[in-house]
Design a protein around this ligand. Structure first.
Ligand code: G3H
Ligand code: 13P
Ligand code: ZN
Length: 333
């Protein structure tokens, strides 16, 4: 049993309370490799932004949960080396799907876990979430839960269509589970294809897809029911069209990729939404940079020569999200 406190991590409690009161959101960036983690830490240290490092099922399969946990411990030291005296870094399990998995993360030094039982019937979601909360809270580890179903693929949970969170359920759910934050469904979804072309209109000038707006009415109703309670948005990549264009111009094929417009995320960040999950945008930044090097310098075979530019591009993206979208810069001086 290792406590996250011994390795310099923090849980989300205080961070979220400040973010809700201050009208900004904390970035939750997924990581599964060194370059991504370096870019996240460099961006957070430079902007003095609190940050959540999240580990998904895919990341665990790819990189190994133990290795990722030790990378996070290294990240705390790296942040200090970069001159960030008091780094506020959370190590979070993304989309945990069982009590045993959540427990293993608590036991090995994660400071926050998500139990995603949103695909289960309501009462079963409550029971499993409460079981995780009861265990995690013994060690002061915070717990994110989810109500409502996002469209698309939630890791291995496939939902044909989204079911917005029902505001009439949130008080009962939060009270009976004791969860610390709640992921809700208001129209976001995972991946780089968040909407089908038939759900969108097209900008006549650019020909680009314009997605339907998020269900802010549902968000506001939830906020009214649970004043000040931390709300989380998954599936919040914006799918920057510059990256899609670079990828497509350099041998890739991402037709009609579309994300959540940044203005809408900015608006959400001003509300009780205090954690915004971004993974796909970082994948796009990395892929765009790597494809460009491969296309322009076909003789290059030193991975540092293409992973280095990929890291720089991800860092630029993370800084942009922190400063221009979430507003978390300077909140962890
Ligand atoms: O939950 C959403 C993550 O972006 C899933 O990522 O492919 O690493 O499991 P994954
Ligand atoms: P995106 O696919 O929109 O980046 O969402 C990531 C996410 O929600 C991770 O849990
Ligand atoms: Zn997610």
């Amino acid at each position: 049993m290792v406590s996250y406190k011994e390795i310099g991590l923090v849980n989300t409690r205080e961070m979220f309370a400040k973010a809700v009161a201050g009208g900004y959101a904390i970035p939750a960036f997924n990581f599964n490799n060194m370059e991504q983690l370096q870019a996240i830490i460099q961006a957070s240290a430079e902007t003095k932004s609190p940050v959540i490092l999240q580990v998904s099922k895919g990341a665990r399969n790819y990189a190994n949960q133990t290795l990722l946990r030790y990378m996070a411990e290294g990240a705390v030291q790296y942040a200090k080396e970069l001159g960030w005296e008091h780094p506020q870094i959370v190590l979070h399990l993304d989309h945990g799907d069982s009590f045993e998995l959540c427990k293993s993360c608590v036991d090995m030094g994660f400071s926050s876990v998500m139990i995603d039982a949103s695909s289960l019937p309501y009462e079963e979601n409550i029971a499993l979430t409460k079981q995780v909360v009861d265990y995690a809270h013994k060690y002061d580890v915070t717990v994110e839960a989810e109500l409502g179903v996002l469209a698309g693929v939630e890791d291995e949970v496939s939902a044909e269509e989204s079911h917005y969170t029902r505001p009439e359920e949130v008080i009962d759910f939060a009270t009976r589970t004791g969860c610390d934050s709640l992921a809700i469904s208001i129209g976001t979804s995972h991946g780089a294809y968040k909407f089908k072309p038939e759900q969108c209109t097209r900008d006549p000038k650019t020909g680009r897809l314009v997605p339907p707006p998020l269900a802010f009415d549902v968000l506001h109703e939830i906020e009214k029911k649970l004043p000040g309670f931390p709300i989380v948005l998954h599936g919040s990549s914006s799918v920057p069209q510059e990256y899609v264009d670079i990828i497509n111009a350099n041998g890739g094929k991402l037709p009609d990729a579309v994300g959540i417009p940044e203005e809408q995320l900015r608006e959400a960040a001003k509300s009780a939404v205090c954690k915004i999950n971004i993974d796909s945008d970082s994948r796009l930044a990395m892929t765009a940079a790597v494809r460009k090097v491969f296309n322009e310098k076909p003789g290059e075979f030193d991975p540092r020569k293409y992973l280095g530019p990929a890291r720089d591009e991800m860092k630029k993206l993370y800084i942009h999200k922190i400063v221009n979208v979430l507003g978390s810069n300077g909140k962890a001086e």
